[in-house]
Design a protein around this ligand. Structure first.
Ligand code: ADP
Ligand code: ADP
Length: 227
């Protein structure tokens, strides 16, 4: 039973004369615990698909279903998002940035702090809890954003070009980091990239979208190298 089902999903931005077909036909099924890359040319509609998965956008037609009989899904609680920019709040410490999603959905503070500390250690930021974002390098800020995306223990992680803003060396480190986090947590992760190498190197499955408006051209499993 799939965890994510998209069937002939179509999304139009705007109405009437300004109507703009962003996604014309996307179909895929993702089982729980998979690491799926969405790859396609810039502007083809990848972010739009991600926003639909996050429950941030409606769609004109087709089926969007997340969760199944064993795993109920509430988009308000069960999504963790990672963006190209870390988007940390500069007036909050690293720890308080990580805590933000837990605060928003009202999780118990003490347990969340504990979890935030563990996650910061997991992403290699132990000892940085009380620093501020400006005191961190770009790669460290993105690690902090990954910890933030996990703090409320979401069932689905959505990442939009999460390494796009990093230099090549940091990007490679962070790709391995994401793979490691996925292996440890076995969460379902869907990430967007325009880099075919990254799409094939990182995922268990790869979805290839055509140029705008996006259609699903291919959806195939990838043999991951054993750790
Ligand atoms: P829904 O798909 O649930 O109806 P949307 O988030 O697509 O809601 O927003 C409705 C309309 O608002 C869209 O069709 C789009 O034209 C416009 N819109 C939404 N976000 C933006 C944005 N960031 N920039 C410009 N227009 C936007
Ligand atoms: P990608 O992530 O592949 O670069 P996007 O999903 O961001 O592509 O965008 C797909 C198309 O939809 C683009 O042509 C973009 O300009 C348009 N688009 C994206 N968001 C909005 C919006 N909120 N309102 C109107 N058009 C949008």
């Amino acid at each position: 039973e799939p965890f994510i089902t998209l069937k002939n999903v179509r999304k139009v931005y705007g109405r009437g004369r300004t109507a703009h077909l962003a996604v014309s036909d996307v179909t895929m099924e993702v089982a729980e615990g998979e690491l799926v890359s969405l790859v396609g040319p810039s502007g083809c509609g990848k972010s739009t698909v991600l926003k639909i998965l996050a429950g941030l956008h409606g769609h004109e037609s087709g089926i969007v279903q997340i969760g199944n009989s064993t795993t109920r899904f509430d988009p308000g609680r069960d999504v963790g998002m990672i963006f190209q920019q870390a988007l940390l709040l500069k007036w909050r410490t690293v720890l308080d940035n990580v805590l933000l999603p837990a605060e928003i959905i009202g999780l118990p503070r003490r347990a969340s702090r504990e979890r935030a500390r563990d996650l910061l250690a997991m992403v290699g930021l132990a000892g940085y809890e009380d620093k501020y974002p400006q005191q961190l390098s770009g790669g460290m800020q993105q690690r902090c954003a990954i910890a933030r995306a996990l703090v409320h223990d979401p069932k689905l992680i959505l990442a939009d070009e999460p390494f796009g803003a990093l230099d090549a060396i940091t990007r490679e480190q962070m790709q391995l980091e994401l793979q490691r986090i996925w292996r440890q947590s076995r969460k379902t992760i869907v990430f967007v990239t325009h880099d075919i190498g990254e799409a094939i190197f990182l995922g268990t499955h790869c979805a290839v979208l055509t140029a705008r408006p996006a259609r699903m051209a291919e959806f195939f499993p990838i043999e991951l190298p054993q750790p």
